[in-house]
Design a binder for this molecule. Structure first.
Ligand code: FES
Length: 84
C-alpha cells in the first residue's frame, strides 16, 4: 500500500553546475538520516527542458525549480511528514 516517493534529480550540465552537484549528496544524506531507503526511489535524469529555471528536481511527477538545500529540505519534509 505504501507507494514509494519518486525523486528524480536533473543531472544535465546546466542543473548540475547550478547546484544539483551538491543537491545529489544532500538528498542521499537526507534519505540516510531519516532511514527512508525503503520509502523512496531516488535517481538521476537528464535535462528536463527547464535549464534556465534550474536546478530542477522532480518529486512524484512535479517539477520544482531554483532549488536550494533549504527549499529542497522543506519539500522533502512535507513529502515525508517530517517536522524539523
Ligand atoms: S539541465 Fe536540468 S533542465 Fe536542462
Amino acid at each position: 500500500m505504501n507507494k514509494k516517493v519518486e525523486i528524480t534529480i536533473c543531472l544535465g550540465s546546466s542543473c548540475f553546475s547550478r547546484g544539483n552537484r551538491d543537491l545529489v549528496s544532500f538528498v542521499q544524506d537526507y534519505i540516510a538520516e531519516h532511514k527512508l531507503h525503503d520509502s523512496v526511489n531516488f535517481k538521476g535524469g537528464h535535462c528536463f527542458g527547464a535549464c534556465n529555471k534550474g536546478p530542477v528536481v522532480i518529486i512524484n511527477g512535479q517539477q520544482y525549480y531554483s532549488l536550494t538545500r533549504q527549499k529542497l529540505g522543506e519539500l522533502l519534509n512535507d513529502c515525508f511528514n517530517i517536522n524539523k
